[in-house]
Design a protein. Structure first.
Length: 448
């Protein structure tokens, strides 16, 4: 009972000098919590002793936790360039600087400077996308998932959408094509089998209630062996012949040919655009290398219909998104690919990565055992499923620590590594040159 009596009164406790710099309402709420919990623990015999200073420390710890930002910078040493859990594509700092003025000032987001009246939010990126892709028109929404939903809802509500069984995908975050279709009001018409779908399957599936032939990128799996799938260009032809819409959910829409022969399996957006598709949609923050967005390009009269859908208001993008996306697309127009971090990392030569690995090795080999190795990593983000690209990594060993233990210690310092064949790897494919010094500092802190 003595212990209970020595619990401080909240009113008095929060006036302690230790809380001088803290916001009163928040510190009072936390102090109440801490004192009440301690009381409960004493009664449950889970706490046998405490000191006044321990209580202060606990309260301050919680206070600081609440006040420090939850979203923080990490170093991505996994090698996965488009890492959805780590924020996908990076924004170029210079791009951010250019956008800063627009975002922190009034701007012509929905205002025509030429006519002095209301303008169109989506107009800002249309010219650029037309020049880049040859599309008739374009629109941008919150992400590619919303682009899929909006397109299905606009054109296929209570109508049939023909999709190959081999493409009924579930991608991360429980985005399942059949379920998205149900939610949008469209009726799924599955054709073909898991491994094989033929052109005649599309032709035979079309009836008076068909609105669309849809193709979905197999973003996180591949079907191998006895397989056949129909090329999008052939689907476009069948759609045109039968007066229905064709639509390709391309997932990660890359604007330029990919290196390491990846372009053979994954043609660029521009290759598809040569065949004049009705509609094509892709993400802004996968291999395009920009912000989270869903970009729809295609025929003018179809985009006009999408603009009339009330749902668009719920899925619309903000000025910051539009400004950053415009800046990214301008880099493509100017051919300045090195300004797009995602592509810069993707195209970086292994010799350059190797140099960086040796640089880090020299600086930390007095602390731990490390070795430069040539290996492979995935691009990530459902961009090129199961396809690996060459990379260079530094493997770390420390005393008799298990890889998991090392991974944990580094993660506590926001350095996210990969474990491969029982080895902790710092993979240089996804590391910025300017981060090497930071990595050294973190490793010094952990291994000392
Ligand atoms: C990634 C992906 C999506 C979802 O795109 P978000 O921009 O993440 O919403 C939809 N479809 C396919 C095929 C994808 O790969």
């Amino acid at each position: 009972m003595n212990l209970l009596k020595s619990l401080p009164k909240v009113d008095k406790f929060v006036n302690d000098k230790a809380f001088e710099a803290c916001a009163k309402p928040l510190i009072t709420a936390i102090a109440k919590d801490v004192i009440n919990n301690t009381r409960t623990n004493i009664l449950n015999k889970e706490c046998e002793n405490f000191t006044y200073d321990e209580l202060i420390e606990q309260v301050l710890k919680q206070y600081n936790q609440i006040n420090s930002p939850s979203l923080q910078k990490v170093i991505n040493a996994t090698g996965i360039i488009v890492h959805t859990n780590l924020g996908r594509s990076l924004i170029n700092p210079e791009s951010f600087d250019r956008v800063k003025e627009v975002a922190t000032s009034y701007n012509n987001l929905e205002y025509s400077l030429k006519e002095g009246k209301r303008g169109e939010r989506y107009s800002h990126i249309v010219d650029t996308l037309q020049s880049l892709t040859g599309c008739e028109d374009a629109i941008v929404v919150n992400n590619n998932a919303s682009a899929v939903f909006l397109i299905l809802n606009t054109f296929a509500k209570n109508k049939e959408v023909v999709v190959s069984r081999g493409e009924l995908v579930e991608i991360g975050g429980s985005f399942r094509v059949p379920e998205v279709m149900t939610q949008s009001g469209a009726n799924l018409k599955e054709i073909g089998t898991t491994n094989k779908t033929h052109l005649r399957d599309y032709e035979n599936a079309i009836n008076e209630n068909t609105s669309m032939l849809m193709k979905v990128h197999k973003s996180n799996y591949s079907i191998e062996g006895f397989t056949s799938e129909v090329l999008y260009e052939d689907i476009i032809k069948v759609a045109n012949d039968n007066n229905v819409i064709d639509y390709y959910d391309m997932g990660s829409g890359h604007m330029i040919d990919l290196p390491y022969n990846l372009d053979l399996a994954e043609p660029s957006l521009l290759k598809y655009m040569e065949h004049k598709p009705s509609l094509l949609s892709f993400s802004g923050d996968k291999l395009l290398g920009s912000v989270q967005a869903g970009i729809i390009v295609g025929k003018k009269e179809l985009i006009a219909k999408i603009k009339k859908n009330q749902l668009l208001r719920m899925l619309r993008v903000d000025k910051i998104t539009l400004a950053l996306l415009e800046d990214n697309l301008t880099s493509y127009l100017k051919g300045e690919i090195e300004d797009i971090p995602t592509l810069k990392m993707l195209f970086e030569k292994t010799e350059v990565l190797e140099k960086r690995a040796f640089l880090l090795k020299e600086n930390i080999q007095d602390l731990c055992k490390c070795e430069v190795i040539h290996t492979q990593s995935l691009i990530g983000g459902g961009t090129t499923p199961n396809k690996k690209i060459p990379t260079v990594a530094l493997s770390l060993e420390y005393k008799n620590y298990k890889p998991n233990k090392i991974e944990q210690l580094l993660r506590a310092k926001n350095l996210i590594v990969r474990i491969e064949s029982e080895k902790v790897l710092i993979d240089f494919r996804s590391i910025n040159e300017s981060e090497i010094k930071e990595i050294e500092t973190i490793i010094r802190g952990v291994f000392n």
